[in-house]
Write a protein that binds this ligand. Structure first.
Ligand code: ADP
Ligand code: MG
Ligand code: ZN
Length: 549
């Protein structure tokens, strides 16, 4: 006869009731069944094993990937009277913990995966009664997941050694492929998967091309009150960003794994306590941090995957009040990501590529962002959510399929070895010594884009094709076909460009006009062009068009 969880929920945790799917998950666990709980960040996954750890006889072993995360959890659990301990390399009282475990005095025992997979740990676990195995951040077990940890793969023999102890895997972020893999890897039956709704209706999603991220984020925090997280890709970048944003008068801190541990802990504590601080951090920041009133999260660059984006943006607005998630991305982020994919082991490349394509669809869409996110996680979603940039302010679109086809044809006919500028000359029919010498003026593609309208689209189309991997630049700047070319030439795939709606600009002129001196009209197009010229010196200047499917 399973235990009734409600009295424990109220007396130990002080909550009047379960939230969402918590009740289903807890009931399965108490009934001794194996379960995978897929619940968004902030949905209350910890309770799903903490409550059974109190209600059931024996210890719940929690596998968790980060020591910092474990210690946060330990503190929170101890604060409400749960008998918890961690077994990590930094714990000096390991003998004491082991004794307490043997005497059956622990509700929760947190352990890192590399420790859990060893034989010594298995022997230890045989010496007392176990209530449950909880595997937190379970997507780490899957190579399809965005955060694969090989040690998670070694957990299975341990779990199988204790066939009567139920397993509960928990994750916030798993696409269908990853979920299936987790079930497989951890020996959980298909019907044991419980998926909570993924929508976070109070988060407004906004995604735009970057021109100058420091300026874009400076503008953003000037109009966004409350505490916020700015995710920056490099450690040095977090410090630079924090310094730049501090000039707005807002309290700022940096956070990354390279900081002195004391400084890092203090910066985190300052942020948690503050109502208006902006913390500039690498993605190492945020796991397990309980700050419900984060009002915005901004990505200064492309996140690693949709899963990572969802998890990182999910740290905003946990209190249910309105919050905003911003992302600023560049075509060069995609180029870099593709390069990185080329360097990972071949077996993982296909998965990584699929992930990048999904991310491309999210940033390029002229439609609802939330719909793409929710569909990605297998949730139903309306066409229009009414609370993302595209729903609030639909972008204008131009069909550039014809120009894209002409561009690809010209690349092909000239032998896949010339750069954007030369292909443009060929298409517009500009005669040069080079085109004469190469005999390209006799080709059918010479001068096939005569109208000014088409000509204006040539460079944006070229960038769009690069972004979509229909074209690749070789080491000498020459363009070659990529895997995406075929569909556009042969399969009626369309290429549309979206013109981002003009951003509303605050009227300047009250002394805060940093960087606008050379741009008297404050025209965002002008600014974008100027930034492009600076950062992409190799390429000709291009209007801030982006592409969608
Ligand atoms: P997750 O691990 O899913 O991101 P946490 O376990 O950290 O989420 O919980 C997020 C917050 O929700 C915590 O502050 C927790 O105390 C709170 N919480 C969890 N369950 C409930 C509940 N049933 N009622 C109210 N608050 C809850
Ligand atoms: Mg958690
Ligand atoms: Zn929307």
């Amino acid at each position: 006869m399973p235990v009734d969880p409600l009295p424990v929920l109220q007396s130990t945790f002080g909550f009047p009731g379960f939230r969402g799917v918590q009740a289903d998950v807890v009931h399965r666990v108490l009934a001794g069944e194996n379960t995978l709980a897929v619940m968004p960040t902030g949905a209350g996954k910890s309770l799903c094993y903490q409550l059974p750890s109190v209600a059931l006889e024996g210890t719940c072993v929690v596998v968790s990937p980060l020591i910092a995360l474990m210690h946060d959890q330990l503190r929170a659990a101890s604060a409400i009277g749960i008998r918890a301990a961690t077994l990590t390399s930094v714990d000096i009282d390991q003998m004491e913990t082991i004794k307490r475990f043997r005497r059956g005095e622990l509700d929760l025992l947190y352990v890192a995966p590399e420790r859990a997979s060893g034989g010594a740990f298995r022997d230890l676990l045989s010496q007392a009664k176990l209530a449950l195995f909880a595997i937190d951040e379970a997507h780490c077990v899957s190579e399809w997941g965005h955060d694969f940890r090989p040690d998670y793969r070694l957990l299975r023999p341990l779990l199988d050694h204790f066939p009567d102890v139920p397993r509960l895997a928990l994750t916030a972020t798993a696409d269908e492929h990853t979920r299936a893999d987790i079930l497989d890897q951890l020996g959980i039956p298909r019907e044991g998967m419980i998926v909570a709704g993924f929508d976070r209706p109070n988060i407004q999603y906004r995604i735009s091309p970057k021109d100058n991220t420091t300026r874009q984020i400076t503008d953003l925090i000037a109009e966004t009150p409350g505490a916020g997280i700015v995710y920056v890709q490099s450690r040095a970048g977090t410090e630079k960003m924090a310094e730049a944003l501090a000039k707005t008068g807002r309290p700022t801190r940096a956070y990354h794994a390279g900081l002195d541990p004391h400084v890092r802990a203090r910066n985190q504590a300052d942020f948690v306590a503050s109502e208006d601080m902006v913390i500039c951090a690498t993605v190492a920041f945020g796991m397990g941090i309980d700050k419900p009133d984060v009002r915005f999260v901004a990505h200064a660059g492309l996140p690693k995957s949709i899963e990572a984006y969802y998890q990182e943006t999910g740290r905003a607005g946990r209190d249910g009040d309105p919050a905003v998630a911003h992302m600023f991305w560049g075509a060069e982020d995609f180029a870099k990501a593709r390069q990185r994919i080329g360097e990972v082991e071949p077996a993982r490349q296909a998965g990584e590529r699929t992930r990048l394509t999904a991310l491309g669809a999210l940033v390029e869409t002229p439609g609802c962002r939330r719909r793409i996110l929710l569909k990605h996680f297998g949730d139903d979603a309306p066409e229009n959510c009414g609370n993302c940039d595209n729903c609030l302010n639909p972008p204008a679109a131009i069909d550039a399929t014809e120009v894209a086809r002409k561009f690809l044809s010209a690349v092909f006919r000239t032998g896949q070895s010339f750069g954007i500028g030369y292909i443009e000359q060929v298409l517009t029919g500009v005669s040069s010594e080079r085109s004469l010498m190469n005999g390209h003026e006799a080709l059918g593609v010479f001068g096939i884009a005569p109208s000014a309208e088409e000509q204006a689209l040539i460079k944006p189309v070229a960038r769009a094709l690069l972004l979509r991997d229909a074209l690749r630049a070789n080491d000498f700047g020459g363009l070659e076909f990529g895997p995406g070319a075929r569909a556009i030439l042969k399969e009626n795939e369309t290429v549309s460009l979206i013109v981002p709606p003009k951003r509303e600009r605050r009227t300047r002129g009250r002394g805060s006009s940093a960087g606008t001196a050379a741009n008297p009209t404050g025209d965002p197009l002008f600014e974008a062009l100027r930034a492009r010229r600076r950062t992409l010196a190799a390429e000709a200047s291009v209007p801030p068009y982006v592409i969608f499917h």
